[in-house]
Design a protein around this ligand. Structure first.
Ligand code: R5P
Length: 301
């Protein structure tokens, strides 16, 4: 008898079934439907009394609905006797809005964290969250997991000395350095500036050589694709050969087409957001974070 139950929200059903297979534990029965006016109706059907309840839910589009759904599931679990509720949120919606970028803006990520913390969730787990600023906004315990090792495992023993890692901006230096060290590769550093109004990005070389090198870059998320697509063009202008990107969260479906038509040789993404119903272009491959999550649950429970 396990001392925990696994519950999925609407956003990550395929990943939840993979996780339940890894853990050899069935998913907790729950009804998620709607009232006549489209408000969310939740009902937990299994016995969760005295169990640790892990809820899996990314708060991607429709973020507001997925956030409320997660809060309602947590409430239902606690009212049904769950000993502890742990929300595993692979993609934390609004996390990129971790600062006031322009006068007049809200601090959106903090608002979202406050909403989530108002639900009876005892602990959170997030994956490759955009910045430490967001982690610091949590008042309740939060575990920060990374998909980096999922990519490292994929490339283990496959990259020779013709490969080099890049940090595309200042914020990426720490994780890029760790990624390069784990792959035993050198690193080239760049600086990125983004027009705060249009979102347009430009790159400048800081240090390291990319000429005649194959490039592998690890980044937390792709939204418009501006950073990856522009950096690939820039790297190839500098003489780079293949450009491969390892991206934990791919958050905008329209960007699939842009990546397909770009110079990017390969982009590896994860199933932190469910794209199983979408046509994925040939230069994109999806790796699962199921083992990362099963390790987390096993060590926890
Ligand atoms: C930057 O700090 C992030 O890590 C991403 O590189 C970036 O902001 C992704 O956004 P987009 O795809 O719109 O360039």
């Amino acid at each position: 008898m396990t001392n925990y139950v696994l519950i999925t929200g609407s956003s990550l059903k395929p990943l939840a079934s993979k996780l339940s297979k890894c853990l050899d534990v069935g998913l907790c029965k729950i009804e998620i439907d709607e009232f006549a006016n489209k408000e969310i109706r939740i009902r937990v059907l299994d016995n969760v009394n005295d169990k640790i309840a892990f809820i899996l839910q990314s708060t991607n589009y429709p973020a507001e609905r997925n956030i409320i759904e997660l809060c309602l599931i947590a409430d239902a679990l606690k009212r049904n006797g769950a000993k502890k509720v742990v929300a595993i949120i692979p993609w934390l919606g609004y996390a990129p809005q971790d600062k006031i970028f322009r006068d007049g803006e809200p601090l959106s990520s903090e608002v979202v964290v406050r909403i989530l913390e108002s639900a009876p969730i005892d602990e959170f787990a997030v994956i490759d969250v955009h910045s430490k600023l967001v982690l610091d906004m949590f008042k309740k315990p939060v575990r920060h997991l990374s998909a980096m090792n999922v990519f490292i495992e994929h490339f283990k023993g496959k990259l020779d000395e013709s490969w080099c890692c890049t940090a595309l901006d200042d914020g990426a230096v720490e994780r890029a350095t760790l990624f390069a060290r784990k792959l035993n590769l050198n690193i080239a550093k760049f600086d990125k500036t983004r027009n705060k109004k249009t979102g347009e990005v430009t790159f400048h070389k800081l240090e390291g050589e990319v000429k005649d090198r194959n490039i592998i870059t690890f980044d937390d998320y792709v939204s418009t694709g501006g950073t990856t697509i522009k950096s690939c063009e820039f790297l190839k202008e500098q003489g780079a050969k293949k450009c491969v990107y390892c991206i934990t969260h791919f958050i905008v479906p329209e960007t699939f087409e842009k990546v397909k038509n770009s110079k990017i040789d390969k982009m590896l993404i994860t199933d932190s957001i469910d794209w199983s119903e979408r046509d994925i272009p040939g230069n994109i491959e999806v790796l699962s974070i199921d083992t990362l999550l099963s390790d987390f649950v096993c060590k926890y429970s």
